[in-house]
Design a binder for this molecule. Structure first.
Ligand SMILES: NC(=O)c1ccc[n+]([C@@H]2O[C@H](COP(=O)([O-])OP(=O)(O)OC[C@H]3O[C@@H](n4cnc5c(N)ncnc54)[C@H](O)[C@@H]3O)[C@@H](O)[C@H]2O)c1
Length: 437
């Protein structure tokens, strides 16, 4: 088979830039170090453990994804990031309380040297946080230039071949698209005028794209999901993706809801509530940040269940999502779902889920996969929105005329077919009639 798309080889080092060195980022960085040392396994990561079927089922060709497409290796990754706190990755990971001290001590030498650069931060956009490690400049455009300098310095210092940026910082307040988000010209003008519609996350995204660095958004903020950034990414030939890592309760929703719909089981209500006590929980305790998260979580069921197409089954669905900040739990959140369903002749049933979840344990492999796949996309000449990476997001970005695909299994098929496509392999449709000819 010949590749459909020419992919340049992943030679040299890949820099992974992260705004926000909190629970998710430090669990990711420490985890990669532990895996490299052979003291832990990359469970949850498709790039490290996933396989892909090629050709017919009878062909028995099922390579590992990492052997099928050339991805950067874990030894090639170099980490850097910004935070409003000065803690290095070892200290921040200890404070985040996700990984135990015993494990962190084993990787301390690797992670202690990673200290955050000064952040671009404005408390108007994350009400619950204050920190000292922040840049000072006149305009939002100046801040972007400072970030671009940080990126260039990082590249030079570690002699990096390529870079990617993954937003792992806090959820910002809810923002609606604004006319200044329409074009890159209006966006740049607004940055120079310190317009309130330009959030810090957008300044990072701008700096990333301007530097030719792929960008993914792990939080539900608008960030790159605006016409100006999408156009800018296409113009600079940079792949982008978002929004909001798909973990925890929403992951469960996108596993269960497609199954119920497949069997035409009706839904009257889906009530989801969580308790969590990490810094993310504290930030989400602010109603304005919570609204950003709520929008991201609520969309999922609507798109999967299609109440317009199946009004008898889903028109009256009452969907509620609550997040409660409860410090004793730290990062080990508990999520309860009560699902009121009905079947044959309208008889009601209930499903209860009690998910004792570790959010950052679910998020860390997503950061790894996104870093490696975004780098692959760039080496394959793919630019703009990478819809094939929807698998990793609660609110997947897609072309304006499309609705987002939320069904985890369709998302996985889309991802694997994209890999088959770029490698010139036949797409798998699961038709299978040929086995019975
Ligand atoms: N953990 C998950 O499963 C999960 C799932 C989906 C989305 N997310 C999102 O990922 C993000 C990170 O989650 P977390 O649990 O690591 O949170 P966290 O609070 O532990 O870490 C976020 C870090 O970002 C820093 N920060 C805030 N604003 C910043 C800025 N402008 N520049 C640089 N740093 C900044 C904070 O100081 C903090 O250290 C959050 O937005 C969260 O909503 C997490």
């Amino acid at each position: 088979m010949s590749d459909n798309i020419k992919i340049t080889k992943p030679t040299g080092k890949l820099g992974v830039l992260m705004p926000g060195l909190g629970a998710v980022a430090t669990t990711f960085i420490s985890g990669v170090s532990a895996i490299k040392k052979g003291i832990a396994h990359p469970y949850g990561s498709l790039t490290q453990m996933g396989t892909i079927r090629l050709g017919k089922r009878t062909d028995k060709r099922v390579p590992m994804i990492k052997d099928f497409v050339e991805l950067a290796g874990l030894n090639d990754l170099v980490f850097g990031g910004w935070d409003i706190f000065t803690d290095n990755v070892y200290t921040a990971a200890l404070k985040a309380g996700v990984l135990n001290k015993e494990l962190l001590d084993k990787v301390k030498d690797d992670i202690e040297s990673i200290t955050p650069w000064k952040a671009v931060f404005d408390q108007n956009y994350v009400k619950k946080l204050t920190g000292e490690n922040v840049k000072k400049a006149e305009t939002k455009y100046d801040y972007a230039q400072m970030l671009i300098e940080d990126i260039q310095k990082f590249k030079k210092e570690y002699n990096l071949d390529r870079m990617v940026m993954i937003w792992c910082a806090s959820t910002e307040i809810f923002m609606k698209p604004d006319p200044v988000h329409e074009t890159i010209e209006s966006f740049e003008k607004a940055m120079k005028e310190n317009h309130p519609a330009i959030a810090p996350s957008m300044i990072y995204a701008y700096a990333s794209i301007a530097s030719g660095v792929p960008f993914a958004n792990g939080a539900p903020n608008l960030t790159v999901d605006i016409p100006a950034m999408i156009e800018f990414a296409r113009e600079r030939e940079v792949p982008i993706g978002g929004k909001d890592f798909k973990t925890g309760q929403t992951l469960m929703k996108t596993i269960i809801a497609p199954g119920l719909k497949a069997r035409l089981i009706g839904l009257n209500g889906w009530f989801s509530t969580n308790i969590l006590g990490n810094r993310d929980g504290e930030v989400l305790d602010d109603p304005e940040s919570f609204k950003t998260k709520e929008e991201s979580k609520l969309g999922v069921l609507h798109y999967i269940l299609q109440p317009d197409v199946y009004p008898d089954l889903y028109k009256n669905l009452y969907h509620k999502v609550r997040i409660n900040y409860y410090p004793p739990r730290g990062d080990n959140k508990e999520g309860w779902d009560n699902i009121d369903i009905f079947g044959w002749l309208g008889y009601s049933m209930q499903i209860k889920i009690d998910f004792l979840c570790r959010d950052s344990i679910l998020a860390a492999p997503i950061v790894l996969d996104l870093a490696l796949f975004l780098d692959l996309a760039q080496r394959a000449g793919m630019k703009g929105i990478q819809e094939w990476l929807s698998f990793y997001f609660k609110s997947p970005m897609c072309a304006p005329e499309l609705y987002p695909e939320h069904d985890l299994f369709i998302q996985l098929m889309k991802l694997k077919n994209t890999l088959r496509y770029i490698k010139g392999e036949d797409l798998i449709t699961h038709l299978g009639l040929e086995y019975y000819d």
